[in-house]
Design a binder for this molecule. Sequence first.
Ligand SMILES: *[C@@H]1O[C@H](CO)[C@@H](O)[C@H](O)[C@H]1NC(C)=O
Ligand SMILES: *[C@@H]1O[C@H](CO)[C@@H](O)[C@H](O)[C@H]1NC(C)=O
Ligand SMILES: [Cu+2]
Length: 162
Amino acid sequence: MAMAAAVLLAVAAVVMVEVAAAATYTVGAPAGLWDMQTDYAEWVKTKTFHPGDNITFTYSPELHDVVEVTEAGYDACSSANNISAFRTGNDVVALAAVGTRYFLCGLTGHCGNGMKIRVDVVAGGTAPGPAPAASSTTTAASPAVSGFGSGLLVAVVTAAFW
Ligand SMILES: *[C@@H]1O[C@H](CO)[C@@H](O)[C@H](O)[C@H]1NC(C)=O
Ligand SMILES: *[C@@H]1O[C@H](CO)[C@@H](O)[C@H](O)[C@H]1NC(C)=O
Ligand SMILES: [Cu+2]
């Protein structure tokens, strides 16, 4: 009985890691946001971004914008050949694939003052993408994850009664 409970809890722990795999990060938070004060190079150091994660840029659209650029645009603080541009003040960007993404504020002087961020998206976790063999039937990540979540709840409750 105790052994079975331990196995269930171990399974539950694995499931919890899976549920935690896709995350949304508010750029600059909690100490700052998308602003002129935050050191984004320091901020990204405390995070590991995986495919399936999102980042949200939160700011006043009267003061800033968000422009996704190439590495050359990032280095030169130029949004001329941008990939995309946002200005809602609450811009959600999906980090769909492994790779490096570059964003800057397109307002005059802001990027030069450090308002730019480089986000490295690395493989890992169990986010959407090439999945382990056992997950070959998992085509849609979200429903599968909520299914796991319910299973986890049942497993934990059951284990607690043992
Ligand atoms: C990321 O954003 C998309 C679209 O806004 C949403 O469907 C998805 O659930 C978000 N993912 C996370 C981990 O919040
Ligand atoms: C993004 O690039 C397009 C041209 O591709 C340009 O018209 C637009 O002004 C640029 N956006 C910003 C915010 O610089
Ligand atoms: Cu700005």
